[in-house]
Design a protein around this ligand. Structure first.
Ligand code: ZN
Length: 323
């Protein structure tokens, strides 16, 4: 690994503490967001497929023994939250509809003080949990969901439901939760290919599926997305969910204009001291700091010009009176 000290970077701790990775990696060296990445994050097509985040993170991660797609979702969340908080500020304002009075109010969330879920059990040395289901006696190897699973899921065209045979009749599981289950299962009774796992998943009983889902939810890592909101109108507390998916870092298309404007202002007022290339590669908070500093100088200059012209006017007036 070679550090380029001209580019600002930092070390962040991964919430998984590396227990699911072969190399047991506990932390990552990353650079901060710059206009180069912001431009990619403004592209709605790239955002939808998850490619924007993949490209941005692989550009930002300095370590060469891990890639964005190798991260489990909770670690990916931690990196995205860190990048957002350092580039755009630690407070995020969300609007939520109060179920008691129906009013919409804004709630501030501090990204650095979010709660994180921890798994109940420690996985084996291979980073997986081994689970034996009580009804079918099938032995499963369970793993967390990796970013690569999510990217792959997007490409696969699956039926909307899978049907599971049960004594009480068929159970239909929606695609969303099926693919989540599929992403969590590495192996059933020694079978590891996706089609084989899917076939075996269909033969499980309702009880086995329920227990499996309970096990997964108790051993999931990531941000606690359930949040207590206090309504500013009726002051009732209610639970709401914040989505911290990989789209959490996506930027609206209009944001691109802002970035262009900021890049122009910096290079214009730096009078050759900052090139367009420098401005592009400045961390976002650094770019904003420069702009604020330029504004301060402009304000100072405007004020002294105003003061000078006021003084001149006052002098002219007093001379006029003396005459
Ligand atoms: Zn309310």
């Amino acid at each position: 690994m070679k550090f380029d000290l001209r580019k600002q970077f930092t070390l962040i701790n991964l919430p998984s503490e590396g227990i699911y990775y072969k190399n047991k990696k506990k932390s990552l060296y990353i650079r901060y967001l710059t206009a180069v990445e912001e431009n990619v994050l403004c592209d709605s097509m790239l955002n939808e497929s998850g490619l924007a985040i993949q490209l941005v993170l692989n550009n930002i991660i300095i370590d060469n023994d891990i890639k964005a797609e190798d991260l489990i979702l909770s670690d990916l969340q931690a990196v995205l939250i860190f990048l957002r908080s350092t580039a755009f500020g630690d407070d995020v304002e969300l609007s939520f509809n109060c179920p008691h009075c129906g009013q919409e109010s804004a709630q501030k969330i501090r990204l650095s003080s979010l709660d994180w879920k921890k798994q109940e059990y420690v996985p084996g040395p291979d980073g997986m949990f081994t689970v034996e289901l009580p009804v079918s006696n099938k032995i499963l190897k369970i793993k967390p969901v990796f970013f690569r699973d999510v990217l792959q899921e997007k490409e696969e065209t699956e039926d909307d439901y899978i049907t599971i045979k049960d004594l009480d009749g068929d159970i239909r599981i929606k695609k969303e939760s099926t693919s989540k289950l599929m992403s969590n299962i590495h192996e059933i009774d020694g079978v590891t290919d996706r089609e084989g796992i899917r076939e075996r998943l269909k033969t499980l009983s309702r009880k086995d599926i329920t227990l499996l889902k309970q096990f997964l939810s108790r051993n999931e890592n990531g941000v606690v997305e359930e949040y207590d909101f206090i309504c500013e109108y009726c002051h009732e507390t209610s639970k709401s969910k914040i989505g911290f998916g990989y789209n959490f870092l996506s930027l609206p298309l209009e944001y691109k204009q802002n970035v262009m404007e900021e890049l122009f202002l910096i290079t214009y007022y730096a009078k050759g001291g900052v090139t367009m290339d420098d401005a592009y590669n400045m961390p976002t908070f650094h770019r904003r700091w420069h702009l604020n500093r330029i504004k301060e100088e402009m304000d100072k200059r405007n004020k002294s010009e105003r003061d000078a012209s006021n003084r001149a006017r006052a002098q002219a007036r007093s001379k006029g009176m003396a005459r």
